[in-house]
Design a protein around this ligand. Structure first.
Ligand SMILES: [Ca+2]
Length: 294
């Protein structure tokens, strides 16, 4: 080999080693998405599970593959809060997540009639609301007992990972949210809202009325807030484990995510964190289940 060819080969090898040495924390979301997609081939899990709760009432769950992402928001994101500390997180295990918020039809199949809670906005296809965190945990345990499958609430990190679905923008729809893409309080002067007028329905709507995200999940922005399993601590992610964080040992109530029908767009952002007392039962808080895949 000539000296010239040897030099060219050496340069190529050097450049290759530099590319391979780039740490994941410096990768952009598109690369993370590609990496996640490559993991899908590592298992043969069905991409969707449909659980029959009886009388043709089904619960659809979509497979969320493990991966890495940047949780939180950059300081340049308008209307962010200090608790959205930007940090890298690795989700190591696949899981199934409800494609939709849990509906009232599903709830009636899971819970004995004497334990029914009263929802503010009644309708079989509408999400359950008015259930406090303890009632939600009770319902999920009943669902586990009924099906023999292990259901639980998502951790806050799993929720944001699933909501982002590979995106790094304020919403999985991009830099803004429109009344055609989610149920929230869309105000014309809101910098995040794609509307020339105030457009909102001021109540819950049947689940699945808007486009799903890249993971196949609906209504992660708006409709009802969604309870997570984590206790809330505004500073938790400054020192939290990077791998599968599960929330602090003590905190101020439980985490809720995703905004709701009566909230402005900034509260619906993928990174926006909020919390309520475990005893809070509100017509704008519901939940979505997770089922362990392994
Ligand atoms: Ca929601």
């Amino acid at each position: 080999m000539s000296m010239e060819k040897t030099f060219i080969v050496s340069v190529i090898l050097l450049l290759s080693s530099i590319v391979l040495a780039v740490p994941t924390t410096l990768q952009d979301p598109n690369v993370l998405q590609q990496k996640k997609t490559s993991i899908i081939a590592d298992n043969n899990l069905p991409t969707q599970r449909v659980i029959n709760l009886g009388d043709d009432v089904n619960m659809v769950l979509v497979l969320i593959q493990p991966g890495e992402f940047d949780m939180g928001s950059p300081e340049s994101e308008p209307k962010r809060s200090d608790d959205e500390f930007l940090h890298h997180v690795k989700i190591t295990k696949p899981f199934y997540m409800g494609k939709f918020e849990v509906t009232q039809a599903q709830y009636k199949k899971i819970i004995e009639k004497k334990f029914f809670i009263g929802c503010e906005f009644k309708g079989n296809s509408r999400p359950v609301e008015n259930a406090d965190w303890h009632q939600v945990i009770y319902t999920i345990r009943a669902l586990t007992a009924k099906t023999g499958l292990h259901f639980r609430l998502p951790t806050e990190a799993e929720w944001e990972y699933a909501c982002r679905a590979g995106t790094a923008t304020p919403f999985y729809t991009g830099k803004s949210l429109g009344s055609e893409t989610a149920n929230f309080k869309c105000k014309k002067q809101d910098e995040y809202c794609e509307s020339s007028s105030d457009v909102y329905v001021d109540q819950t709507v049947p689940v699945g009325g808007y486009s799903e995200n890249a993971f196949g999940l609906c209504d992660m922005h708006g409709n009802v807030w969604e309870w997570c399993s984590d206790l809330y601590d505004k500073d938790y992610y400054k020192t939290a484990p990077m791998v599968d964080p599960k929330g602090p040992q003590i905190g101020d109530g439980r985490v809720i995510r995703g905004g709701a029908w009566n909230k402005h767009a900034d509260k619906c952002r993928s990174a926006s964190r909020n919390h309520r007392s475990e005893n809070a039962n509100k017509p704008n808080i519901g939940f979505r289940v997770v089922m362990d895949a392994e």
